[in-house]
Design a protein around this ligand. Structure first.
Ligand code: 13P
Ligand code: SF4
Length: 329
């Protein structure tokens, strides 16, 4: 990098779901929790966040003295956009004294009226840290069910039907069909999938937890139940594994809106800048910083459905009757 390189004072952060060429261009690639932490740890004055709106907003809230740029403001998390401050306030009125845990997939205004945030990488620990018998978890009812199944805590999902359309698109039938075709495969899914899908899985975790698990598992074939863009990083880090997408319908339209050209332009122009009302940002920062003080979930495994690891042929081959999966390069 030369002193005139426009990137010298810019740190580029990319989510595991963005296009492969952006992942290759970025300084760091990770899940929501890793990006939030990386944004705080980077010392460069400009942060370009290649991810959906709440990821850039989170970086801006946590770094009020730095300039945060979101290359495509139209890329907005469909689940986050649906939750309003009024819904949180009415839940608080209905369940007085019950703490509100808000998934980072939410607006700054919603975070500001929450007690603490969580991501899919720390939701269990965040809820346990409250030491409360009941908690409100917003806005993903599937993450709420995932937390309820792993803690002794009564979890109230708000809104009752909040979910991610990309993950809700995966049905247990889709998985069962693939399990018939790959009976020895390990099945991993994101906690945003439905409880019925999670019940079919061997491993449930955040996007980065899934990437780590692909590298660590002894299984040769892995069925991957999350946004298909994650397969690029998985293939890079675990080239000997056969990776089978659980459904080609699983592609977040908002993540796909972000292109490398837009990211390069954002680096060059340092725009468009993310702006959050300072009062709202102060409230949201409190909830986010409280979250960052809690560690990551240690274990995101679901109940093991079948005996693993599999015995079988060498890696990166598709056997007779197998569907062509994502093979190692
Ligand atoms: P992670 O925090 O696991 O990366 O998930 C973010 C997300 O939006 C998943 O749909
Ligand atoms: Fe939001 Fe779902 Fe896209 Fe994740 S995959 S950013 S939860 S719409």
């Amino acid at each position: 990098m030369t002193p005139t390189d426009p990137r010298e004072d810019v740190f580029v952060l990319a989510h595991n779901y963005v296009r492969r060429e952006i992942q290759d261009y970025a300084d760091v690639v990770g899940d929501s929790l890793e990006l939030a932490r990386a944004a705080v740890e980077s010392e460069r004055p400009y942060l370009v966040v290649a991810g959906v709106d709440f990821m850039a907003e989170t970086a801006a809230i946590l770094n009020p003295d730095r300039t945060v740029v979101h290359p495509e403001p139209l890329a907005q998390c469909a689940m986050a956009s649906r939750l309003t401050v009024a819904e949180i306030e009415s839940a608080r009125a209905r369940y007085p004294g019950v703490p509100v845990v808000t998934y980072v997939n939410s607006s700054a205004a919603v975070k500001a009226v929450s007690d603490i945030c969580c991501t899919s990488g720390n939701a269990v620990r965040v809820v346990e840290s409250l030491e409360a018998p009941r908690v409100i978890v917003a806005p993903d009812r599937n993450l709420a069910a995932y937390v309820a199944a792993r803690t002794g805590v009564e979890v109230i999902p708000v809104p009752a039907l909040g979910c991610c359309p990309t993950h809700q698109a995966l049905s247990p039938g889709d998985l069962e069909e693939l399990i018939c075709l790959h009976p020895k495969a390990e099945v991993m899914v994101h906690p945003e999938t439905s409880p019925a899908v999670q019940a079919e899985a061997d491993f449930i975790g955040s996007t980065s937890a899934m990437i780590r698990r692909v590298q660590e598992t002894d299984a040769t074939t892995v069925i991957v139940g999350t946004d298909i863009s994650i397969l690029y990083r998985m293939r890079k880090l675990a080239p000997n594994k056969i990776l089978v997408p659980a459904s080609h319908l699983m592609s977040c339209a908002d993540m796909r809106m972000i292109t490398l050209d837009l990211v390069r332009e954002a680096v060059r122009t340092r725009a468009p800048v993310v702006r959050v009302d300072p009062q709202v940002a102060a409230g949201a920062r409190r909830a986010l910083e409280r979250m960052l003080a809690v560690g990551r979930d240690e274990m995101s495994s679901g109940p093991l459905r079948r005996d693993l690891p599999q015995a079988g042929p060498g890696p990166a081959t598709v056997g007779a009757g197998d569907r062509p999966g994502y093979l190692a390069k």
